[in-house]
Design a protein around this ligand. Structure first.
Ligand code: B4P
Length: 179
């Protein structure tokens, strides 16, 4: 979910495990910063707390993977955000090994996002957009977790604790999966 600590944990994971970290949100934000016409449209969508189109996200991720083709593995953060993204990704790019799900209440996520919003300057870290992002998460992203759970690919982490407490669970989970 938004504010669950995905980006934060991914930074720690890449340091210890040498994977390539690709954040769909960061890829989209750098497209926005480029000032392109497409970036302007993306900014409006992100400001509304909605998901950007599947083809754009898939293309950005595919290009980023191709540019790091010699990597030992990819950690794709904030993706898939809707079922179709996962299905298309596995069909057109590569199968996924497993999915890390950072489970935490909306109250905690909201608190973290509002705190970040005090300094982040992000168009989506405000109360109104956060509410819409939670709605998008419930409607579109939760089914992704069920889809991978049926394939026994979900590793669920209790993400309500401190960054260190969450990371220690992540480490055990990755190591039990042979990383
Ligand atoms: P993201 O960039 O994924 O933004 P996010 O959900 O806020 O997560 P982020 O990783 O940045 O933050 P984190 O929880 O680590 O998405 C933004 C928007 O981009 C989406 O709404 C959507 O429009 C678009 N988008 C992204 N991916 C897409 C896709 N695949 N398809 C379509 N559209 C897509 O951290 C939040 C805060 O909590 C930080 O300040 C952090 O310091 C703090 N924090 C983290 N862990 C903590 C802990 N354990 N304790 C206390 N604070 C903690």
């Amino acid at each position: 979910g938004p504010g669950s600590g995905k980006g934060t944990q991914c930074e720690r994971i890449v340091k210890d495990y040498g994977l390539t970290h690709l954040s769909s949100g960061d890829l989209l934000r750098s497209e926005v910063e480029s000032g392109s016409a497409r970036g302007k449209r993306l900014k409006d969508i992100m400001e509304r707390g909605e998901l950007v189109s599947l083809d754009i996200v898939l293309e950005l991720i595919r290009d980023a993977m191709t540019n790091n083709a010699s990597s030992r593995g990819f950690l794709i953060d904030g993706f898939p955000r809707e079922l179709e993204q996962g299905v298309r990704f596995e069909k057109e790019v590569a199968p996924c090994q497993f999915v890390l799900f950072f489970d935490v209440s909306e109250a905690v996520m909201q608190q973290r996002l509002l705190k970040r919003g005090e300094t982040s300057g992000r168009v989506d870290d405000n109360e109104a957009t956060i509410k819409k992002r939670f709605h998008t998460f419930q409607e579109l992203t939760k089914p992704v977790i069920e889809h991978y759970r049926q394939q026994s690919k979900v590793v669920q982490i209790d993400a309500s604790g401190s960054v260190d407490a969450v990371f220690s669970q992540v480490k055990s989970a990755l190591e039990s999966r042979g990383l």
